[in-house]
Write a protein that binds this ligand. Structure first.
Ligand SMILES: [Zn+2]
Ligand SMILES: [Zn+2]
Length: 130
């Protein structure tokens, strides 16, 4: 049965939805994600850009040449990371209306995970990108 992934920012100015299956679901521990989100890691669901409908005044900031961070200019919630060259965007699991839809399979960039964090969920770990 197809699932609907819906979510948005804290102030509800920006909303998104997708009926597609995620390309993958990962937790990224890279420093750029940590800084961009202001969190200890980035739990995200990767979708093809054309599979996600976004409404609202979303803005992007390039955290590197390859990646743009999408956020709400009103409340600042980080909603996605956009890799235009690959046509994919990683939706932040915390911005889902139902975060229980997030089913992570892998940890990536664990070489830069925060030192207090103990990974004990049995998921595959990659030191850097898989
Ligand atoms: Zn907002
Ligand atoms: Zn990252």
């Amino acid at each position: 049965m197809p699932m609907r992934y819906e979510g948005g920012c804290l102030c509800r100015s920006v909303r998104y939805a997708s009926d597609a299956e995620p390309v993958n679901e990962r937790i990224c521990h890279c420093r750029l994600c940590q800084r961009a989100i202001g969190a200890s890691f980035n739990a995200r669901l990767l979708f093809r850009v054309e599979d996600v409908a976004i409404e609202g005044p979303v803005r992007t900031f390039p955290s590197s040449e390859a990646l743009k961070r999408g956020f709400c200019p009103e409340c600042g919630t980080t909603l996605f990371s956009l890799r235009e060259s690959a046509g994919v965007m990683g939706i932040t699991a915390g911005s889902l209306d139902d975060p229980g839809l997030f089913k992570p399979a892998e940890h990536i960039w664990v070489s830069s995970r925060q030192p207090w964090l103990c990974l004990a969920d049995g998921l595959t770990e990659y030191p850097e990108a898989p």
